[in-house]
Ligand binder design. Structure first.
Ligand code: DAH
Length: 373
């Protein structure tokens, strides 16, 4: 509320409660009755109210905030509004002058509000557009593409080599009948050679009649029973034995089986095929050798070793000429047909190739290990 400076006596003023009413330095200047205000101070207050309103506006940068303070700036209860209600305290001339000043101030503040609203809205819009804009130069890291497991890669490589030698690829189930896994392979139930395979039995059908296949050899039986010779096929797959996992053994591992059935097939064909395969898969620096051995389903039987460039030997698997009993068990006449078979573990191949010293590494599925290959 404006107060009359003591030295002034242009017009009488009577402020609200507590103001000096009759102590003005110039009693004679007080005329008439009623609350009279001092115009220059009123004008000053109008200017200040306008400035304050404009300053407050400058601090607002949100359309909603602006809407919520608009009433505070130009509404009835705003500073300008309150000043308007006090115009009556001026004399007529003062009222006109102050009223005009007040209207102009209100108009300017209103214009400033609109201007600010436009600014704030434009900025908000620009920000929204910027946020929604597609940055075509942005580099996004794409989800990394995985790759086939080392075992799968090895099998695919082996398949490629054998397909190149004229073989087809066959598959059989991992849960097998005892007959396919043993009996048909010339190992009747009481045959001691069965103990060469630590077998896991499946609780299905007659006790002991269903096994997790201990080798890929039962696929030979399935192939010979379902397709007429000549047969030139390989049978890759997963096999199971009751074994404790260590650096060189896993209870679940992989083999690849080979079977050739045709007329006049001899041990010489087996030897030549093994040699050809060794060169194709391992390279010219590797040699193969066959050592006499025993398997119930081949006669004669041999162990297949490869010689590494450093001269050392690595035992890969077994092979031999298919036993006549096996042919008979599959309904083939041994007088008409003969063949050879081989089978070896495939998990050791990537081990040797990549210098991995623990078989378990390949199957614990640590992605940091696997993604190296
Ligand atoms: N099935 C044999 C094993 O797991 C390996 C084997 C030996 C397969 C001789 C054959 C073969 O086909 O003729 O130990």
């Amino acid at each position: 509320m404006s107060r009359l400076p003591p030295q002034c006596c242009v017009s009488r003023w009577r402020a609200s409660a507590g103001a000096r009413e009759s102590e003005g330095p110039c009693e004679s200047a007080l005329v008439g009755s009623g609350p009279l205000l001092y115009l220059p101070l009123m004008i000053d207050e109008i200017k200040q109210a306008e400035h304050a309103a404009v300053a407050r506006l400058a601090a607002v940068d949100d359309v909603d905030d602006l809407a919520s303070i608009e009433n505070d700036l130009v509404g009835k209860r705003s500073e300008l509004g309150t000043l308007k209600s006090r115009l009556g305290g001026l004399d007529e001339e003062g009222r006109r002058a102050a009223g005009q000043a007040l209207n102009e101030a209100t108009r300017r503040v209103t214009a400033a509000i609109e201007e600010r609203r436009a600014e704030v809205a434009a900025r908000a819009r620009a920000e929204r557009i910027a946020a929604e804009r597609l940055d075509l130069t942005e580099v996004l890291t794409r989800p990394q593409r995985g790759h086939l497991h080392l075992v799968t890669q090895t099998h695919m490589h082996l398949e490629d080599v054998f397909v190149g030698l004229g073989f087809t690829v066959s598959e059989g189930p991992e849960v097998e009948t005892d007959w396919n896994n043993f009996t048909a392979l010339n190992m009747p139930p009481e045959h001691p050679a069965r103990s060469m395979w630590d077998t896991m039995f499946v609780d299905l059908g007659e006790p002991g009649s269903t096994v997790l296949r201990t080798h890929t050899s039962p696929v030979q039986i399935r192939v010979m029973q379902t397709q007429p010779p000549p047969i030139y096929t390989i049978m890759p797959g997963r096999v199971f034995r009751r074994d404790t996992a260590d650096a060189t053994h896993m209870p679940v591992f992989h083999q690849i089986e080979g079977l050739v059935i045709d007329r006049g097939i001899t041990f010489g064909d087996l030897s030549g095929t093994i040699e050809e395969f060794t060169r194709a898969y391992f390279g010219r620096d590797f040699n193969a050798r066959l050592r006499p051995s025993y398997f119930p389903f081949t006669e004669p039987s041999a162990e297949y070793d490869i010689q590494r460039p450093d001269g050392s030997w690595l035992e890969l698997g077994g092979c031999g000429v298919v036993h006549p009993n096996v042919l008979r068990n599959c309904g083939l006449d041994p007088e008409e047909w003969s063949g050879f078979a081989f089978g070896f573990g495939t998990d050791r191949l990537p081990l040797a190739r990549h210098g991995i010293d623990d078989l378990r590494e390949m199957f614990t599925n640590d992605i940091r290990f696997l993604e190296q290959f």
